[in-house]
Design a protein around this ligand. Structure first.
Ligand SMILES: C[S@@+](CC[C@H](N)C(=O)[O-])C[C@H]1O[C@@H](n2cnc3c(N)ncnc32)[C@H](O)[C@@H]1O
Length: 404
């Protein structure tokens, strides 16, 4: 096991079969990992090239993988995600295996990852030109969401006001929620006059009546209560006011309306599963610097960056039980996420050590190197000044200080 500090953050690399280390990790880290990335051997059964070296053939592939998936379930925090890289050989065995351990309801999605140009056909004896790999993503808890930016709300739409002229509503409980009902003339609706933000008004019609939570709630529980009622439903707008206002329809306007506050506004910009690394893969051998080629198996740092950005925040714990050439470690160091990585193969481990040394000494200039500025400590780099090229200047400044 090697432990090292980068950006004053602890990273750990185990030289072991992951199945022997995972019970120990669970004792210390159960429920704490925010992202577990697994890139196991794909079981391609191809016996040529790099595959021969790594003996990528295993008749009991699912059984070998199961302990890692089970541990991942116990190590993830409720907000955590599992992402597994795979190609089509085992995709349809992997999905039922993870479904059994995590539950099919925790499946987030299949992310096809384009890795080859359609025109660049190298395997002329193959039946067809396979240009995709896949990522299977699961979440530990059904409430877990990807980190995503929000589109800012348009303030001019928040101009409606609710004024209560009589504070004594009729109160009921509907579906476990407290509901306050005001009748005319207990209330007045208007618009803001002094420029301060009010509420946004939505007419509950079309899709809003059938495919929107508030709309459905209105149609099912509030519309039958009568015309022209102003209704406050507690617990329907948790991020905003803590309650949501509705007004029922009348003879002139059959549709009801609901009001949204600024605190609950701003739609998330969702990540998509349109992932294309065809431009990155031809030069992937350069990522990590000289001596870090890892034929057929290495993942782009950009893939780990994407996963870390949608599944974690800086400082969140990331794990990788099949570290290979150390792509997850490198990305974690560059993006400020502590990583626990495991790798069983001595040759792969020696590539990881080269990669870390390259990173420490300023010789890792590809991948997502622009996120990272190297400040090698005198001790670790033998006193040499790292070569810091202008490409390294960035808003994120991190340093890797000691190594093993
Ligand atoms: C597909 S490669 C991972 C490549 C890595 N994502 C990268 O970007 O370099 C799979 C790695 O898992 C390692 N491995 C296979 N079985 C393992 C096990 N039981 N425990 C730990 N590592 C294992 C292999 O030695 C190989 O390096």
């Amino acid at each position: 096991m090697a432990e090292f500090q980068a950006a004053r953050m602890q990273h750990t690399l185990y030289h072991a079969d992951c199945r022997t280390v995972l019970p120990e990790l669970e004792q210390r880290w159960a429920g704490q990992a925010r992202l577990i990335y697994l890139d196991p051997p794909y079981n391609t059964r191809r016996q040529r090239g790099a595959r021969r070296q790594f003996r990528d053939s295993n008749a009991r592939w699912s059984d070998t993988l199961r302990p890692a998936i089970e541990s991942a379930f116990r190590l993830l925090s409720p907000a955590g995600f599992l992402a597994v890289s795979i190609n089509q050989t085992e995709l349809f065995n992997l999905k039922p295996l993870i479904d059994t351990v995590f539950g099919a309801e925790r499946f987030v999605g299949l992310f096809p990852v384009k890795i080859r140009h359609v025109q660049r056909q190298l395997m002329i004896n193959a039946t067809f030109h396979d240009v995709y790999e896949y990522l299977l993503i699961y979440r530990r808890d059904k409430a877990a969401r990807f980190e995503s930016a929000r589109r800012p709300p348009r303030l001019e739409q928040f101009k409606h006001t609710v004024t209560l002229l009589d504070q004594r509503p009729e109160t009921r409980e509907i579906q476990g929620k407290r509901v306050d009902i005001f009748r005319p003339p207990q209330y007045e609706l208007g618009t803001t006059s002094n420029g301060s933000p009010g509420l946004r008004r939505y007419v509950i019609a079309g899709k809003l009546a059938t495919a929107n939570w508030s709309g459905e709630w209105y149609e099912t529980h509030l519309r039958p209560l009568g015309d022209d009622l102003l209704i406050r439903v507690w617990g329907l707008e948790l991020q905003g006011l803590g309650y949501r206002w509705f007004q029922t329809g009348n003879r002139r306007r059959r549709s009801g309306v609901y009001f949204q506050s600024l605190g609950a506004a701003g739609r998330p910009i969702l990540p998509s599963n349109d992932i294309d690394y065809t431009e990155v893969v031809p030069t992937i051998y350069r990522e990590g610097g000289a001596g870090c080629d890892f034929k057929d198996s290495k993942k782009p740092e950009a893939l780990l960056r994407m996963l870390m950005e949608i599944c974690t925040r800086p400082g969140d714990l990331v794990m990788d039980f099949y570290a290979g050439s150390g792509t997850t470690l490198a990305a974690g160091i560059k993006l400020g996420r502590p990583v626990i990585a495991i790798e069983s193969d001595p040759q792969a481990l020696s590539i990881i050590h080269t990669r870390l040394e390259n990173l420490r000494s300023g010789r890792d200039l590809d991948g997502i190197a622009h996120c990272f500025e190297v400040k090698a400590s005198g001790k670790a780099s033998g006193g040499r000044e790292p070569a810091v090229s202008p490409r390294r200047v960035s808003t994120v400044h991190r340093s890797i200080e000691t190594g093993d």
